[in-house]
Design a protein around this ligand. Structure first.
Ligand SMILES: [Zn+2]
Ligand SMILES: [Zn+2]
Length: 339
């Protein structure tokens, strides 16, 4: 008797299971997107948007990158590629210090709807866009930020594809270095010839890695904070610091070349596109430029400057001192990078 009871329960369970599966198979056809394309459940897409045929065979791992300017080209070009294993997807040499790639499982027969989107810097893009498509749709200023000025110039003048420029970049062990703002020296763009160039300071920065690190980007208030920290720690160990104050001074003066917001453009910092190395070679006379009109400097800085170099004759910004530089790059920005 007990045996039959158990048998009946088992039969009921089997019937319920078969019925459930049948029901899933009977789902209306329009819930699927009938295509054989391999598309993944990207973490940026709500899972519910992805229609999956039941019993869809698992098909591997797709590499997915962040669509932003910090993703390196090597990772970027692998975006959307499907690998057999998780480790296979993530095994590649990233050009950055660390790689932010993720791998996501892929099932055959999965696809996105036409209106599905993928998160990206500057706003969502269609879900089926890869990094390369995203890159090609970026403004020139973003392409330059990703490639650095040296490779951006090669890329545009030779009309290269993203894979062609990536091949060059991959073989350049100094690629990251070449993107550094301070390493960008292009005297040819704007004629600096009427100004007295000064390589000494630039060489000092380039030979001191701790200081050079502060100038990976154009000088901002945070550059000032970093420099002052280095100065304090070296002062504590009785190292000479006048040279470091000279660097702090020039950095602050350079920051005053840019208006907080360009009046003609509305947004965007012109300093970003000016070759940083060239600016450090400019003649920046303390007596004529002073410090009071430059908000980079603190009252503490003023005191040290006075002690080291005396009171300046006047106070202006670099923007006022070399108006032609800003004007040149503002026009360049409008003509080349607003596209
Ligand atoms: Zn990667
Ligand atoms: Zn990478």
């Amino acid at each position: 008797m007990m045996f039959f009871l158990i048998l009946i329960i088992v039969i009921i369970i089997i019937i319920a299971f078969v019925h459930y599966n049948k029901h899933e198979n009977d789902a209306p056809e329009n819930e699927y997107t009938p295509t054989n394309k391999y598309v993944s459940v990207n973490k940026t897409i709500p899972a519910a948007n992805v229609k999956r045929k039941s019993a869809a065979p698992f098909d591997g791992y797709m590499l997915s990158v962040a669509l932003d300017s910090r993703t390196c080209l090597v990772c970027g070009l692998k975006d959307g590629r499907v690998f057999k294993t998780n480790t296979g997807a993530l095994r590649h040499k990233c050009l950055n210090d660390y790689c932010r790639c993720v791998s996501v499982p892929v099932y055959k027969g999965m696809d996105f709807d036409d209106d599905d989107e993928r998160a990206a810097m500057g706003g969502p893009v269609p879900a089926n866009w890869t990094y390369e498509i995203w890159f090609n749709n970026q403004k020139n200023i973003t392409k330059r930020e990703i490639l650095g000025s040296k490779y951006y110039n090669l890329f545009t003048t030779n009309n290269m594809t993203l894979s062609e420029i990536t091949e060059l970049v991959k073989n350049d062990i100094e690629f990251k270095e070449s993107k550094a703002w301070i390493n960008d020296i292009n005297d040819g763009e704007l004629s600096f010839s009427n100004l007295s160039l000064n390589d000494v300071l630039l060489n000092k920065i380039n030979s001191d890695y701790e200081i050079k690190d502060c100038f990976y980007y154009y000088p901002t208030h945070s550059t000032g904070r970093h420099l002052r920290k280095i100065i304090r720690s070296r002062e504590a160990s009785n190292k000479p610091i006048e040279e470091l104050y000279e660097i702090l001074y020039v950095a602050g003066v350079i920051s005053s070349l840019a208006l907080p917001e360009s009046q003609n453009i509305g947004t965007g910092c012109i300093l970003e596109i000016i070759p940083g190395g060239s600016l450090f070679k400019l003649s920046i006379p303390y007596k004529e430029i002073g410090y009071e009109k430059i908000d980079f400097f603190t009252k503490g800085d003023w005191k040290v400057f006075n002690k080291l170099w005396g009171k300046p004759e006047r106070h202006i910004t670099l923007h006022e001192y070399y108006p032609e530089i800003y004007e040149f790059y503002e026009n360049k920005f409008i003509n080349e990078f607003m596209k």
